[in-house]
Design a protein around this ligand. Structure first.
Ligand code: NDP
Ligand code: MG
Length: 381
């Protein structure tokens, strides 16, 4: 098992759980980063005594410097500070920043030669081409934290030849609006969309689960992580979130990973791979579930899934474009400025307006991100 770890986005839902796992296994913490929630970060600094931390928000960083003046932890600030923490050279960097803000730190951590435990799916959706190529070049591993991808990764252990994989099957809980039709979703509120049945997560991904954009992003994430074509990745709605995803092999054998819905299993596996250790997670008692259900997604109502599929099939900057539109629209919805179904409209608009460019650079990814965000804002102005 690794001995040391840096956690980017340590104040968030995944970050806090990652530190629980780190505490359990006595991992040394090399660096922590946050957006602006310095109260949580201060407690983490006092417990784990990292040599360096970064706060993206400059003002909050300044406040933190005062608060922790009695410790020896150095406080960096801004996106550059976060990148510097990412490049601290820890054995493993767990990236649980939300959104495209996680992409540059992921690249910096790979450049520094750290293995990556990746929760920040937007990193692969927007920059998959660069992240995967750079990881290969530097000989670092990208270990999935997202529960579906961890399940696939676990189900792939022992697979001798990639040619023996026929299909990846991602499971989806269906979110709070499963079973509803488009017309039922016209006026849903932010509070209703934030009320996820099975998982307690950060606000952005919870809304992504309600639109099922999350499953579209995960399809793209899986395609990059496991070098699969989109046509070989299927999605199945599994309401109970017990079967976390599956791999179908050429002999039609299907291998899955099961467990209670608790992110500490995939987080810990990313940190202890290929070994397994005792975890704080509750045992799965299958007899508690008299039925496990599986059904086809309603692609008409939850249009974002296929918009992501299309974006990945078109390739180039399309996935970055739909990701940017979704991030902006998701934020506008949470701020009460647009309606729930406008999120899918924004994603569709990005898919229609982005241009084909197969020979793109990482800078182009950041550029299209900025452009589509502005365009999305204008769409609803
Ligand atoms: P949260 O919103 O709970 O946490 C996000 C973290 O990122 C916080 O530490 C936040 O800081 C930090 N952050 C926000 N904006 C910035 C920024 N501009 N620069 C640097 N840091 C920033 O999100 P989650 O933990 O739920 O999700 C994190 C990632 O993991 C997402 O990509 C999500 O899709 C993925 N994921 C999450 C799962 C879950 O169960 N939560 C499951 C699978 C994947 P602050 O707290 O100060 O705002
Ligand atoms: Mg997931």
């Amino acid at each position: 098992m690794i001995k040391s770890l840096a956690v980017l986005g340590s104040t968030g839902s995944i970050g806090v759980q990652a530190l629980e796992v780190a505490r359990l296994h006595n991992l040394r913490i090399d660096a922590l980063t946050a957006g602006s929630r310095i109260d949580i970060l201060e407690n983490q600094i006092r417990e784990f005594a990292p040599p360096v931390v970064a706060v993206a928000d400059e003002k909050a960083a300044e406040e933190l410097r005062v608060k922790i003046a009695d410790t020896s932890t150095k406080v960096l600030s801004g996106a550059e500070g976060v990148k510097e923490c990412a490049a601290c050279g820890s054995e493993c960097v767990l990236n649980s920043i939300v959104g495209i803000a996680g992409l540059a730190p992921t690249v910096a951590a790979i450049e520094a030669g750290s293995d990556i435990a990746l929760a920040n799916k937007e990193t692969l959706v927007a920059g998959g081409k660069f992240v995967m190529a750079l990881a290969k070049e530097k000989g670092v591993s990208i270990l999935p934290v997202d529960s579906e991808h961890s399940a696939i990764f676990q189900s792939l252990q022992g697979c001798a030849d990639k040619k023996q994989i026929k299909r990846l099957i991602l499971t989806a809980s269906g979110g709070p609006f499963l079973g509803r039709k488009k017309e039922d979703l016209e006026n849903v509120t932010v509070a209703q969309a934030l009320n996820h049945p099975n998982w307690s997560m950060g606000a952005k991904i919870t809304i992504d689960s309600a639109t099922m954009m999350n499953k579209g992003l995960e399809l793209i994430e899986a395609a990059w992580l496991f070098s699969m074509e989109a046509k070989d990745i299927d999605i199945v709605v599994h309401r109970q979130s017990i079967v976390h995803s599956l791999v179908e092999y050429t002999d039609n054998s299907v291998i899955a990973q099961l467990g209670v819905p608790d992110m500490r299993i995939p987080i810990q596996y990313a940190l202890t791979y290929p070994d397994r250790f005792v975890s704080p997670v509750r045992q799965l008692d299958l007899t508690e579930f008299s039925t496990l259900t599986f059904e086809k997604p309603d692609y008409e109502t939850f249009a974002c899934i296929n918009l992501c599929r299309k974006a990945f099939e078109k390739g180039g900057l399309y996935p970055a474009a739909v990701n940017a539109a979704n991030e902006k629209a998701n934020e506008l919805f949470r701020e009460g400025k647009i309606r729930f179904l406008d999120i899918a409209r924004a994603v569709e608009n990005a898919l229609e307006t982005a241009e084909q460019n197969d020979d793109y650079s990482l800078e182009d990814v950041f550029e299209i991100d900025r452009l589509i965000r502005t365009q999305t804002e204008r769409l609803f102005a």
